[in-house]
Unconditional design. Structure first.
Length: 607
């Protein structure tokens, strides 16, 4: 867009157009975040257009974010940064989606006001002054460009308007946002409003804008709309069915977190302690593997840099590890023994335990450390979700774990949930103060699995300290494949929980753990009684039909095979867990565990 274009859009003088901008930015600065993906040679032209618009008029910084482009977008941005000091690009190695790109851009920004502007410039950037005018006039914290504003000027086809209108109706009905459009790619924020939302947002792609505004609105920040001018250039086609499904799923997820979980309100403001503590990341593993490489790659991408890594393989690997990594061979011992060696070796104030088949998100450490804000918090954990690159049958195993009829009130371990205090948390994603670990003597080595359950019991009951779950302390955890590898793991978990229910009832003797066993008992007794009583048979079969229908509804997926296999996985999980829980309850001592280190390697899963 040239100066003539700008004047034709805004017949008022430059002084009128920029007055509100200057007044609101008095003593501050505007950060313009521009997400980009595969813009190629348009990259430099678009960034320069925004630069020329702002240069000499206001204090500003331009933060274009290359979201893992496969073309020359990143190279173009790097070249611009050497020529224009106000241009501060963020280059992401992989494509993560608009939400992650904007998060990275915001973290790199310093302005008192932040403008989110789509990097393709479908919306002429000069119209951002209207957003400032609206912000000043209506005393708003956030102003969004809206295609549905009555003063907007659009050259926009019906095939796009109709889905937009339908989505607006759904959003208005379900979320209750006081806006008519959430998706237009130009939005202005006061920094405190955007900072509040960025700490809580989870959606990466299609419903990112919706979740962003829902969080801000729920907090009580004022949101206003401004008109836009938009010309359709013929690049947008019809929505693919997969995109429509993703939009629906993400929108319902936002509704669930907003209305049912009240998730966003539970996220407390966190402050990084100063000086920042050293964190010792302890990884017990049998040997280097492809999964361990993923874990290490995630650690190297951490935004928090004050850490050391202690690797605990059986034998020396003869690998060259990155700086800050130490390899401590342990011999073929169990995970609890390995982790105790890691505790002895740790130099940090906090020990972060992570499994070798888990990969942390980039802000894993950054989010966890501030949770130790009071002295009574001894440990912090977060969700371990199934990664997108898992095999199909392993993803099904993840769906089974995340099913509400499997994990029940402990489902938060496998999905993002609200912040809470917990009594028991697995060591695949667990932070503990080093002093607490040494006071307790580390993990008991005669339990596996179960050593982490006993450690948490000691923290909560003996030391009277807290374990905090925060959904932002997030790792991706590979799953066992359905059916046999998954059911073997379920059997081990149930065996130890049944034994603990008898031996350590404080945190393990709970109805939720016993329900599958009650189901198995009812299944056996019902089958026996039904053989002799026709009325009982009718009641038994009707009960099974109700049970099967409820499970079927809870497993719903658009893909029929996924739906049926998940349903079968849930049913078999109930039977397996219920049976082995009874076996653990009847055991006089915890059965001996195999010496072999067990995690979902390809060899393990193929058995």
């Amino acid at each position: 867009m040239n100066d003539h274009d700008n004047r034709s859009q805004y017949p008022c003088s430059d002084e009128d157009r920029w007055g509100a901008v200057a007044r609101l930015l008095a003593g501050g600065k505007l950060s313009v975040i521009m997400p980009m993906y595969n813009l190629g040679i348009s990259t430099g032209k678009n960034v320069r257009e925004v630069y020329d618009l702002l240069a000499g008029r206001i204090p500003f910084e331009l933060i274009p974010v290359d979201d893992g482009s496969a073309d020359e977008t990143g190279r173009e941005l790097g070249l611009l940064s050497t020529q224009l000091p106000e241009v501060k690009p963020v280059i992401l190695a992989k494509n993560h989606g608009k939400g992650i790109a904007l998060k990275h851009g915001f973290e790199a920004s310093t302005g008192s006001h932040v403008l989110l502007l789509d990097g393709d410039l479908d919306l002429p950037p000069a119209q951002f002054t209207r957003l400032f005018e609206t912000m000043e006039r209506e005393e708003a914290d956030v102003v969004i460009g809206s295609k549905r504003h009555p003063d907007s000027v659009l050259d926009y086809p019906k095939r796009r308007r109709i889905p937009s209108a339908i989505y607006y109706f759904i959003v208005k009905l379900l979320i209750g946002l006081p806006v008519r459009d959430t998706q237009t790619g130009i939005k202005l924020f006061k920094r405190e409003a955007l900072a509040y939302a960025m700490q809580r947002i989870l959606v990466r792609e299609y419903a990112f804008d919706l979740e962003l505004l829902a969080i801000i609105h729920e907090k009580g920040f004022r949101i206003s709309e401004a008109p836009v001018e938009l010309t359709f250039h013929g690049r947008w086609g019809a929505f693919r069915p997969s995109v429509v499904r993703s939009i629906i799923f993400d929108t319902l997820a936002v509704l669930y977190r907003l209305r049912l979980l009240r998730y966003y309100r539970t996220i407390c403001e966190t402050v990084m302690p100063q000086p920042a503590p050293l964190v010792s990341i302890v990884i017990a593993c049998p040997a280097p593997s492809a999964y361990l490489d993923e874990c290490i790659d995630g650690i190297l991408k951490q935004t928090y840099r004050d850490y050391e890594v202690i690797l605990l393989p059986d034998q020396p690997s003869e690998r060259q590890w990155p700086p800050g990594f130490r390899e401590v061979p342990t011999g073929p011992v169990r995970p609890a023994e390995k982790r105790n060696i890691g505790i002895r070796e740790a130099r940090g104030e906090i020990v972060a335990f992570i499994d070798d088949d888990a990969a942390p998100t980039e802000n894993w450490l950054q989010q966890a450390i501030p949770c130790f804000g009071d002295e009574i918090t001894a440990a912090v954990g977060g969700p371990s979700t199934t990664p997108g690159n898992d095999a199909y049958m392993a993803k099904l195993g993840g769906l089974v774990y995340a099913n509400p009829f499997v994990s029940g009130t402990y489902r938060y371990r496998y999905v993002h949930d609200r912040v809470r205090e917990v009594e028991d948390y697995p060591s695949c994603n667990l932070f503990v103060r080093t002093a607490v670990l040494r006071q307790l003597g580390g993990f008991r080595t005669d339990f596996w699995p179960g050593e982490d359950t006993y450690l948490c019991l000691e923290i909560v009951k003996r030391l009277r300290q807290k374990i905090v779950y925060d959904p932002r302390v997030h790792v991706f955890h590979h799953r066992r494949k359905l059916f046999l590898p998954h059911l073997r793991q379920i059997g081990r978990y149930a065996l130890h929980r049944g034994f603990f229910a008898k031996r350590f009832p404080e945190t393990s003797r709970k109805l939720s753990y016993a329900i599958p066993s009650l189901f198995v008992i009812a299944l056996v007794l019902g089958a026996v009684v039904s053989a002799f009583c026709p009325v009982c048979r009718t009641i038994f079969l009707a009960s099974l039909a109700v049970y099967g229908s409820l499970i079927l509804l809870s497993c719903f997926r658009m893909n029929l095979a996924t739906w049926i296999l998940t349903w079968l996985g849930v049913v078999l999980t109930h039977v397996t867990y219920g049976t082995y829980f009874i076996a653990g309850l009847l055991s006089r001592r915890m059965p001996g565990e195999p010496e072999k280190f067990d995690h979902p390697s390809e060899a393990n899963d193929s058995q």
